[in-house]
Structures are given as structure tokens and as C-alpha cells.
Ligand binder design. Structure first.
Ligand code: BES
Ligand code: MN
Ligand code: ZN
Length: 498
């Protein structure tokens, strides 16, 4: 990861390899008047000829013959009133990509003009740092070493005007580092191929995080799951020779008596669909069906690094969904941990089965809030595409808080209704509940199913099917796992601590 430091000083008096100057659209002439004197009016010329106007994504590189900064790089941010944490994160990734391509290993970024809104300066800085830190994320574990490996920015200094802000700015940098390590952890887990990612591997990863961060980790192996009666989870697991686990991680950053916030993540290490087999096309991508689990594990790691003053419990049901001679079948009736019976109509609707038992189990911790994350339904991609996750639940206040956290950090959520009427679609004929409600409102009927197992507490369900995986490279997020959820949960949890 790029090393980021804070520097206090005047931008006219620096001696860097490259001074990066973020520029909002408009008023460029006045904003860069002093600098342009050092550059003999070359900026003015570029502004006048409209070579550079400050539009988002535009760049202008000017070399200097003076003894100070060797280069000046202007980067457009677009209209100031439309700037968000996402534009600043993109700015960070864009700066890193631009300099990497030109083999410029260090730079100084003038962050003074960034202020998003009054009081938003610090958030702006955090978002910029995330963009810089995530720019060189790659999953290249299985690639032969290239002869000319892509270079990456080694050191960035952020230039601020006043030494009064230095400590706060440094804190923001180290927070961004912890969040990005959590995001990269989640991405790595999602990108790891199915043959190297058993439920046991997820369990061992959780144990490793617990050791590193001083968390408490408990694993429930098959024998324990059988003893307790995790019938729904075990039904899904029985098609694979790989052993299922229920993973529990606990973090105590709050007071003793404070009830924990619970995070539950779907951990299907590979989803072939089971006997209701998926089509071959894109089935490879179903190694991402544990992205909910990855988000929860990455978040636990980051929360512990950040030492947030809150109590948390994370629960991850980890299984593999394969067809085989021992696999569960359509028509099977499973007895869930809650005692409710489930009629399996489609073995590919496995996420709700393992989550049902996990949601029942987490009730033991008397949580004040439960949030589950799952790559739950293809229908969610039909509804929202890849730009937002769906949020549903039994408490509109919680949904609203999550939506607001998403707006602040740029991981958008959109609420879908969970009206009682939808439950009719999943009322069972031979068991209490059916695991599929048919084609209409697939994302909602999945949540309606989960609602039966989340009756005892305040609960929200995030369907991240469309946001957990990127089909193509975007700045700061190459094709593959996005790490969605980590940033959102941290933002939500920070709000709970304040
Ligand atoms: N893991 C899938 C959902 C999914 C699809 C996630 C595409 C990401 C991308 C889930 O287990 C599933 O197969 N859901 C079924 C439910 C149906 C059988 C009721 C679906 O969405 O088709
Ligand atoms: Mn499935
Ligand atoms: Zn699935």
C-alpha cells in the first residue's frame, strides 16, 4: 500500500517530484494565479484554449524549469456543488493511476481546495486516501510474475495549510488505512477460487483475524451443528464433502452491559445451485457467494483496528452448495434451528436456508440490532443493477440509518418494501414456509422468508448480489470482488458510537 503522510506548508514553496493540484470547475484563473506566475502563464494558456477546464477526470501536466516542484499536475474534480465522497475517492485512484503509468513514484497533493462543504474537509480527506490506497489493489496471487510489473505509487504527502489540523489529518489517514485493509481482505476472500476456499478456510481466516486483533472466535463444526439442530444449514451442506462451519467472532469495544450489534454474512463458498443446478454460463462467478461473509470478516478486522467503542458479534454460516448423491432435493422438508419447517422447492435458494439458522442462533446474544449481508438473489440485479444494494427489514428506522450511512460513504442502498402481502407467496403447503416464492418480487420474498427467523429483534437485510462483484475494471476496483459492505458498516457503526 502507498505510504501517505501529512505535510504542513505553502504550496508555492515546495520541492516535490510532482505537486498535484485538484481543481473544481470554474474560477480556475484566480485559483491558480500565484502558481501560474511560477509557470510563466502556461496555465492561463491552457485554461483559455480549454485544454483544461476542471471537468471530472481531466488532467494537465506541466513541467517546471524552476528549482521548486519538478512537475505540476492539475486534476479536474467537476462542479464543486456536485462533489461527493465518491468523486474524491475516484480522484485518489485517478491520481495514482496517472502517476503509475508515468513511473512517477512520489507526489505531493495540495488538499486545501478540497473542502466538500463546511465541516466536510475531514471526510473529503478520508475519501481521497481510500482512493489512493485502493488504486493498486490487485489479485495476482495466481499470476506468473510479469517481466515489467505494474509500478505503484510509493509515497504521497498531503499538503495542508495549518499545523493545527495535522493531528486530525493524520488520524484520518490511519483510519482510511484500516478501512482499506478491511476492504482488501474482503476482496481477497471473494476473489479466491473455490478450490482454495472451503468453509474450513473461511473459519481459519476468522481465527487468524481473531488472533491478530484480539477477538474471540468460536467455530461450530458439523457435530455441534447437528447437536443444536441446524437442520436448514445442514440440508444445504450435505451435498458437498466439505465440512460446514458456523463461525462466530466477538469484539468487545463497548461497556460490559451494552447489547451487541450483530452482523451476519452469507458464506456459500461456491454456489452451483445444487440439484436445481445453475446454467454453466458465468457459474464461475459463484465463488463470490460468500461476499456477505467477506464483508463481515473485513469489517470485524477494521473495527478492531480502529478500536471503535462498540460491542459486536459476527456470525457466518459457511457451506458449499453442490449437486451430488448426498445432496438435498427439491421437495425435501428441513427442520430449522427455530423449529419451523421449510419446504425446499429450489435447492438454489440456499442462502436463505443457512441464514435462517444463523439468524436464529444470533438471538442468543440479545443483539440490539442485527444486520445481515448476502448475495441473495439474481432478482436484485434485475431491480437495481450494479449501482445499489437492496435493504429490507422489520424496522424502517434502522433501514433509514443504513441508507444515510451509505449516502455518506458512497455505497448506496435502496429500500424495497416488505409488506405482509408478500408472505403469502412463501406460505408452505407441506411445511411451514417454502424456500422460493416464484418469479415475482424475488428479492422481497427472500427477505420475507428471513423475516420469519428475525422476529425477536430489530433487523435489516442487505442484498448485495449486484454490488459485490465488478464485471469490469473501474478506478480503484478491478474486475472481481469489490469489498462492498465494509465501508458501509464502518460508517454505520461510527454513527452508532458518536
Ligand atoms: N447466490 C445466488 C444469487 C446470485 C445470483 C448472486 C447472481 C449473485 C449473482 C442465490 O443463491 C440464488 O441462486 N438465488 C436464486 C433464488 C431463486 C432460486 C428463488 C436466484 O436468484 O435465482
Ligand atoms: Mn443459489
Ligand atoms: Zn447463493
Amino acid at each position: 500500500m502507498t505510504k501517505i503522510s501529512i505535510k504542513v506548508g505553502n504550496r508555492l514553496k515546495q520541492k516535490s517530484a510532482c505537486l498535484v493540484l485538484p481543481a473544481y470547475e470554474g474560477r480556475l484563473k484566480t485559483a491558480f494565479a500565484e502558481i501560474d506566475q511560477l509557470l510563466q502563464g502556461r496555465l492561463q494558456k491552457a485554461f483559455r484554449s480549454r485544454e483544461f477546464s476542471g471537468k471530472a477526470g481531466e488532467t494537465l501536466l506541466v513541467h517546471s524549469a524552476e528549482g521548486g516542484n519538478e512537475r505540476f499536475l492539475l486534476v479536474g474534480l467537476g462542479a464543486k456543488k456536485r462533489a461527493t465522497s465518491v468523486s474524491l475517492r475516484n480522484l485518489g485512484s485517478q491520481i495514482a493511476a496517472y502517476l503509475n503509468e508515468r513511473h512517477i513514484g512520489r507526489c505531493l497533493i495540495d488538499v486545501n481546495p478540497l473542502s466538500l462543504s463546511k465541516g466536510g474537509e475531514i471526510e473529503a480527506l478520508g475519501a481521497l486516501c481510500e482512493g489512493l490506497l485502493l488504486a493498486d489493489y490487485r489479485f495476482d496471487t495466481y499470476l506468473k510474475q510479469e517481466e515489467d510489473p505494474p509500478s505503484s505509487l510509493q509515497a504521497v504527502a498531503l499538503l495542508i495549510g495549518s499545523s493545527r489540523d495535522k493531528a486530525a489529518a493524520e488520524a484520518v489517514v490511519s483510519e482510511a488505512e484500516a478501512i482499506c485493509r478491511g476492504i482488501c481482505r474482503a476482496r481477497d476472500l471473494v476473489n479466491l477460487p473455490g478450490n482454495h476456499k472451503s468453509p474450513l478456510f473461511l473459519a481459519e481466516t476468522a481465527e487468524q483475524i481473531a488472533r491478530d486483533q484480539g477477538l474471540h472466535c468460536t467455530l461450530l463444526p458439523r457435530a455441534e451443528l447437528e447437536k443444536q439442530g441446524f437442520g436448514a444449514l445442514l440440508g444445504v451442506a450435505q451435498g458437498s464433502v466439505r465440512e460446514p462451519y458456523l463461525i462466530v467472532l466477538e469484539y468487545h469495544g463497548g461497556t460490559q452491559e451494552e447489547r451487541p450489534i450483530a452482523l451476519v454474512g452469507k458464506g456459500v463458498v461456491f454456489d452451483a445451485g445444487g440439484i436445481s443446478l445453475k446454467p454453466a454460463d458465468k457459474m464461475d462467478e459463484m465463488k463470490m457467494d460468500m461476499a456477505g461473509a467477506a464483508a463481515v470478516l473485513g469489517t470485524m478486522q477494521a473495527v478492531a483496528e480502529l478500536k471503535l467503542p462498540v460491542n459486536l458479534v459476527a456470525v457466518v454460516p459457511a457451506v458449499e452448495n453442490l449437486p451430488s448423491g448426498t445432496a438435498y432435493r427439491p421437495g425435501d422438508i428441513l427442520t430449522s434451528l427455530s423449529g419451523k419447517t421449510i419446504e425446499v422447492l429450489n435447492t438454489d435458494a440456499e442462502g436463505r436456508l443457512i441464514l435462517a439458522d444463523a439468524l436464529t442462533w444470533v438471538g442468543r446474544y440479545n443483539p440490539r440490532v442485527v444486520i445481515d449481508l448476502a448475495t441473495m438473489t439474481g432478482a436484485c440485479i434485475v431491480a437495481l443493477g450494479h449501482h445499489a444494494s437492496a435493504v429490507l427489514g422489520n424496522h424502517d428506522g434502522l433501514a433509514r440509518e443504513l441508507i444515510k450511512a451509505g449516502e455518506r460513504c458512497g455505497e448506496r442502498l435502496w429500500q424495497l418494501p416488505l409488506w405482509e402481502e408478500y408472505s403469502a407467496q412463501i406460505k408452505g403447503d407441506f411445511g411451514d414456509i417454502k424456500n422460493s416464492g416464484g418469479r415475482s418480487a424475488g428479492t422481497i420474498t427472500a427477505a420475507a422468508f428471513l423475516k420469519h427467523f428475525a422476529e425477536d429483534y430489530t433487523w435489516a437485510h442487505l442484498d448485495i448480489a449486484g454490488t459485490a462483484w465488478a464485471d469490469k475494471n473501474t478506478p480503484g476496483s478491478p474486475r472481481g470482488g469489490t469489498g462492498v459492505g465494509v465501508r458501509l458498516l464502518i460508517e454505520y457503526l461510527r454513527g452508532q458510537c458518536a
